[in-house]
Design a protein around this ligand. Sequence first.
Ligand code: NAD
Length: 479
Amino acid sequence: MIVRDAFYIDGRWVPPSGSGTQEVVNPATEQPLGRVPLGDAADADAAVRAARAAFPAWSRTAPAERGALLAKVAAGLKARQQEIGELIAREVGMPLKLAVRIQAGNPIASFEACAAIAAEGFADEVVGHSRVAYLPVGVVAAITPWNYPLHQIAAKVAAALAAGCTVVLKPSEVAPLNAFVLAEVMDEAGVPPGVFNLVTGLGPVVGEALAAHPAVDAVSFTGSTRAGKRVAALAAETVKRVSLELGGKSASVILPEAAADDALLAQAVKGSVGACLLNSGQTCSALTRLLVPAARHDEAAALAVAAAQAYAPGDPFAETTRLGPLVTRAQRERVRDFIRQGVAEGATLLTGGPEAPEGLESGWYVRPTVFGDVRPTMTIAREEIFGPVLAIMPYRDEAEALQLANDTAYGLGGAVWCPDGDKALAFARQMRTGQVDINGAFFNFQAPFGGFKQSGYGRELGRHGVMEFLEPQSVQLKG
Ligand code: NAD
């Protein structure tokens, strides 16, 4: 058991004001893994006060100094990469090798990138007779989810610190243990007291206290659309800056030219299935709808089944496992209900299903599931499932492909497959989503990440991510 019994506030480990605790459970074993304190409004207030007090000095540090400190944090995370990967594999259930590379590796990349951006600084702009400076917005509340817990934390915290803001972090109550490791790393790196503060607790308690707190200047939220709307409504009372990174229902579009070529079709289907099943489908930008020309539906379906069946669910710590459990029992039940609904609404269940996978005595596993002949009105085509479930949707022509791709309340990710790069780019430009990957291109840590429509607003990562925490100030000079 990993027991944490204090919050990190003002550079010290501080006991919580109340006595509530939250158990953290390993989704592969269903056994308790750790315990953290459940904070309340008084704890949130203490953290905000510390961040407020630290803001004037931190906001005035030289860019080089901020950059050097963030680089030290990156190095501290790197030294503990294996440990962090193992911890998150236990908290979230992602297979160990992937967890070390992605869950523990991404935060290092974020802090390194923000160290460089901080060191570079944001020069004043000259606009006519004005000098426009970029000033840190102030105290930032960061509220984060469980699926890539430390990546989502780093995307906010590293950027806010790079901008010269101070931070109060409230991580997910489902996977909070990794955040305590970050606090230790911050402390060892010498981040000044109050610049980074950590309070764990429930969303409706600590999260809402932060979103409503008059001394918080900006809230950066990643999580469900439901909670994001609540945070934005609370923050509106004090007119805070808000950025929301929410859910998705992203489409992978195999254009006719790619579908006509057997090798390209196989590559596109395999890549899409991999991007759907990563982290057991618990990825906000997962490619969960595969759009294929109707004439090639059956070939694509056969390829998707073969690709999905290669992801046998199993112990995240076994060498060959590519698919771990879902994070909680509730999440597993939700996903199984979606699968049952897909069957009930007439989609063709090609592989997988709602039954527990064979041979796994414990753990919240779901079979990798592929549906074919999915129509746009079906629930599995519209709702974010957040599980290992792919919906294959046939289209007649490119116009219909585009219409289907954009026929969603969300607008987070997407993919286009086409041997003609210009054509793929032209199609991508018409997709109403924050990012589009062409022909399986990799994730880019320097490029802005965020959503259109109900996937949220604001951007994270790279220079755009830091700019979220800067306010332009125009100073007019008399010539
Ligand atoms: P969630 O909304 O339940 O929780 C996210 C965070 O918000 C947690 O820290 C939680 O405690 C807090 N929270 C919950 N209710 C709150 C409230 N009323 N006020 C303030 N804070 C509150 O989401 P989750 O289940 O942890 O994560 C899954 C969701 O997150 C999915 O919908 C997924 O698509 C989305 N997500 C989006 C991105 C992105 O970048 N767009 C990334 C990861 C996850």
